[in-house]
Design a protein around this ligand. Sequence first.
Ligand code: ATP
Ligand code: ZN
Length: 223
Amino acid sequence: MKTRDRLRIAMQKSGRLTEPALELLKRCGLTFRQSRDKLFCFGEGEPVDLLLVRDDDIPGLIAQGVCDLGIVGRNVLDEFALTAGRDVAPLAEWRALGFGRCRLSIAVPQEMDYRAPSDLAGLRIATSYPGLLGAWLRGQGVGAGVVTLAGSVEIAPRLGTADLICDLVQSGGTLAANQLRETEVLLESEAVLAGPQTLPADERGDMIELLFRRLDGVIQVRE
Ligand code: ATP
Ligand code: ZN
């Protein structure tokens, strides 16, 4: 592949992380002009462009070298690490960005008598995070069925397709609306800046170092 001389950062095209990510980059002194097809945002001052995609595609795009960095939830990054396979380049979480906070939790029907993870043995758990859930179950020494769903995980117990769920929780409102109760937190998540474990040794590497310094300033000021 021809090496690029501009830095390319992947971010969510439209969703919870889009506005705060753009705001953060703006505070780092980066401004962009959007392409007609809304796939790219071209940097106006610095040689940094954005690629606007679904959040689930971001780790793969970094691993393939299509993008140098990505802004994505830790939940998506860690799930990718657990499910991508051995031949895929490992990624690193370079910075935690302080927005998009949520947690990946086990939630059970309100009336279920839950005391400890061992109570989950033999039950079916619906989730969009089979890698993270599977790793947690193994760590707990619990054998449970994992039902992988792309979305609407919270309605699975009412539909009868699973006994309980493992899903992202922010306020708990969605759980309450579905008569579910949070019992275990598997992962505390927020948006992170992800990249390859080894950063490029060319001008893009210098640009990344500069971006890290600016980010550290902005994040420190905010905290
Ligand atoms: P896409 O179309 O990009 O695939 P999506 O529906 O998967 O979008 P969003 O719902 O916008 O994604 O969530 C993006 C990220 O926001 C999540 O991966 C997670 O890191 C974070 N997040 C914060 N709070 C929540 C929440 N309550 N539910 C889901 N995600 C949350
Ligand atoms: Zn997604």
